[in-house]
Design a protein around this ligand. Structure first.
Ligand SMILES: *Cc1c(COP(=O)(O)O)cnc(C)c1O
Length: 391
């Protein structure tokens, strides 16, 4: 079935008489048949689905399960395991990796929170920092996971998933595909073992739900469910319902916002206040020719370097009216933020330089508003930045 059809119908095969998935808020479930409940709890402790009773919400929840089945269908994976936020999902993946080996390879640039979690040593993992080209050099006996992100946040750098998978050999590769969504990219089709989404972004899509989800095979799925049972960080059923509903419009939201972003990227590129635009269709932004082959479209995120540096970026953030100056992305409305000052502040200065996150860089998340209204807003805000560029 076409991805658009899967988006609408996924995870809805067990509804019975209901037309819309019911929201099951029970924290506990009746267990009148003790031996059956014991068998079910044993299965779930092994990371398997329940055998009958869900027993307790931290172990399993039917509303959450329906969202997970729908997302897995969209990513083309055996299952998915969801969490209370993207960072809870990253943490669960790293803890699951520890069950396999204590060393991970991380390809920069990564989301600021992921970078910081790996760097700060909290989870006791040994981390080697790599570029896509040096992954193979860092693989060891005890390497359990290679982590990369494409398109990367906030630079829109594109990573060839097949090349990283080949370099990783037998080691599992996790791809943060938040920027692409399953509409534009399915990393598992290219050999990724785990696909990460911050569901807070496009999957929910309306800026009102926090979530994280990992789409994967049955072996990693079992480990990830075990970690979730042990550490909590579960997705709330109300959030799961909202996400499941959001998936239905994901393809049309992404395509409409992408059409806006494509037009804005072109107009920005010829604006006198702009030093450069990073967007997959722009010259030099897709050196491995991944557009079409790995990434179905350039997406809805734009990174723009202003000639006027920090002062110009500050001016634009203060002057926009229709764009909301705010972190996060993937909502129906357009957002603009300054990575060096906000999302990537906790990433060290070296990492900022490596990832080319300069003081004049702004990141745009383009929404569903009329494209000319969006351009008018950017244009008037950039006009204020122009005199600073001339200095
Ligand atoms: C937001 C984000 C995360 C973290 O997700 P939260 O839901 O905020 O915890 C991870 N990766 C990327 C690319 C993100 O944009």
């Amino acid at each position: 079935m076409s991805p658009d059809t899967v988006a609408v119908h996924g995870g809805r095969d067990d509804l019975g008489e209901a037309h819309v998935p019911p929201i099951d808020l029970s924290t506990t479930y009746r267990t009148p048949d003790l031996p059956a409940a014991t068998a079910s709890i044993d299965a779930m402790a092994d990371g398997q689905p329940p055998m009958g009773s869900s027993v307790y919400q931290r172990l399993h929840n039917p509303t959450v399960d329906r969202f997970e089945r729908a997302l897995a269908q969209m990513e083309g994976t055996a299952c998915s395991v969801s969490y209370a936020s993207g960072m809870a999902a990253v943490t669960a993946a790293l803890l699951a990796a520890k069950m396999v080996g204590n060393h991970v390879v991380a390809v920069r640039p990564l989301y600021g929170g992921t970078d910081h979690l790996l760097q700060c040593g909290l989870l006791g993992l040994e981390v080697s920092w790599a570029t896509p080209d040096t992954v193979a050099d860092h693989i060891r006996e005890d390497t359990s996971l290679v982590i990369c992100e494409t398109p990367a946040n906030p630079t829109l750098q594109l990573v060839d998933i097949r090349a990283v998978v080949a370099a990783a050999g037998d080691v599992a590769v996790m791809v943060d595909s938040t920027f692409a969504t399953p509409v534009l990219q399915r990393p598992a089709d290219h050999g990724a073992a785990i696909v990460l989404h911050s569901g807070t972004k496009f999957l929910g899509g309306h800026g009102d739900v926090m979530a994280g989800v990992l789409a994967t095979d049955d072996v990693w799925g079992a480990r990830l469910r075990q970690v979730r049972i042990l550490t909590g960080g579960n997705l709330h059923p109300m959030a799961a319902y909202t996400l499941h509903r959001g998936l239905q419009t994901l393809p049309i939201r992404v395509r409409a916002a992408q059409a806006n972003a494509r037009a804005l990227a072109e107009r920005l590129a010829s604006h006198p206040a702009v030093a450069g635009v990073r967007y997959p269709t722009m010259p030099g932004c897709d050196p491995h020719h991944l557009l079409g082959r790995q990434l179905k479209g350039p997406g809805t995120m734009i990174a723009v370097d202003l000639l006027g540096g920090y002062e110009a970026a500050r001016g634009v953030m203060a002057a926009v009216g229709l764009f909301t100056p705010a972190v996060s992305l993937g909502s129906t409305d357009s957002l603009i933020q300054h990575p060096a000052g906000l999302t990537h502040r906790i990433v060290g200065e070296d990492a900022q330089a490596e990832g080319q996150i300069g003081e004049g860089l702004l990141r745009l998340s383009v929404g569903l508003e009329d494209v000319d209204d969006l351009w008018s807003d950017l244009d008037q805000a950039l006009a204020l930045a122009e005199p600073m560029a001339a200095k």
